[in-house]
Write a protein that binds this ligand. Structure first.
Ligand code: P6P
Length: 331
């Protein structure tokens, strides 16, 4: 049992799974943990924003106050770009590929991220999160958008940081899911949840029932069915918070395609794929309703997808309802 072990030590121990590894991934991940600590500090100060100055204005020190999602975005880029581990990045906040400046060394990894998902919840003190996905660059030469358009099954690592009652970093490299809680007094992420497993079947469902009028028949019938099963409704409206609770307690989160969002609302590359990698490693499942999220072949960087994710039995049951309304996928 390694509970309490610092993240950096845990990463070095994990590195032993990969004989001949160069330590590049460990370096990359350590840089990401630094960015997470910086964002955590600012998010936790957000309640004081009125004293420190509203976003877009100058604060009492006369400094320009950034919106927190813009701040999180620039923090990750500035922390990650000089480490020599990446050959490019993609962010929910940036239209195109984020290049590594020529004066910095490049590496073989690509990082995709949503710097601060659910940021509209910050000013009402609801948990928000950073979601990230790491793949290897498989082409030579310049990094283009195409390098990022790979199925989620090719991820090397994925994770999220949830800024809530405490700040937790949860990640996988394909060897289980591990959770680290930030101890601000020492400035370290310490192992608090080793080898997280999610329940085969949960008692919680998370969906925005305000969208009921826009749902397809499959969604309507599924939600009607689970209400008969007596599941509890829990919906925070912050993906990382809803996902994290269901991962630890069991349950299913759904953001299906509907009339308002015909392709779904959530993003494939830096929201659905990383959470799908995590949930499968924890024994759960993630689906579009018709196919496994990790098998979806991306066509564009900010592609949206329907998402049903959580306990295996719950996701499989939902798929039966969504598939019943749609002709079988042509193989
Ligand atoms: P709705 C937050 O804006 C977000 O991107 C996710 O974090 C969250 O799960 C979803 O949108 C909530 O969307 O339409 O229910 O408000």
């Amino acid at each position: 049992m390694k509970i309490g072990m610092p993240l950096t030590k845990f990463l070095l121990e994990e590195q032993r799974h990969y004989p001949g590894s160069t330590g590049n991934f460990t370096g990359l991940f350590s840089d990401l943990a630094v960015a997470a600590k910086i964002i955590s500090r600012e998010v936790n100060k957000a309640g004081l924003i009125n004293i420190l100055g509203e976003a877009g204005r100058t604060n009492v020190q006369g400094e320009e106050v950034q919106k927190l999602d813009a701040y999180a975005n620039s923090t990750i880029i500035k922390t990650m770009e000089h480490g020599g581990h990446l050959s490019g990045m993609a962010s929910e906040e940036c239209e195109g590929v984020i290049d590594i400046p020529d004066h910095y060394p490049r590496g073989h990894y690509l990082l995709m991220f949503d710097p601060l998902d659910g940021s509209s919840n910050i000013d009402v003190n609801i948990s928000v999160g950073t979601i990230f996905s790491i793949i290897r660059k498989t082409t030579e030469g310049e990094t283009t958008e195409k390098d990022f358009l790979r199925p989620g099954a090719e991820q090397v690592s994925a994770g999220y940081i949830i800024y809530g009652s405490s700040t937790m970093l949860v990640y996988t490299t394909g060897h289980g899911v591990h959770g680290f809680t930030l101890d601000p007094s020492v400035g370290e992420f310490l192992l608090s949840h080793e080898d997280i497993r999610t329940a085969e079947k949960g008692n919680i469902y998370s969906i925005n029932e305000g969208n009921t009028k826009n749902w397809s028949g499959g969604a309507l019938k599924y939600v009607e069915e689970i209400k008969k099963d007596g599941l509890s409704a829990r919906y925070v409206g912050s993906l990382v918070a809803d996902f994290h609770r269901n991962l630890l307690k069991g349950g299913v989160f759904l953001y299906p395609a509907d009339k308002k969002n015909p392709k779904g609302k959530l993003r494939l590359l830096y929201e659905a794929n990383p959470l799908a990698f995590i949930v499968e490693q924890a024994g759960g499942a993630a689906s579009t309703g018709l196919e496994r999220i990790l098998d979806v072949k991306p066509k564009e960087l900010h592609q949206r997808t329907p998402l049903i994710i959580g306990s295996q039995a719950d996701v499989k049951k939902a798929e039966r309802f969504f598939r019943a309304e749609t002709p079988a996928l042509s193989n």
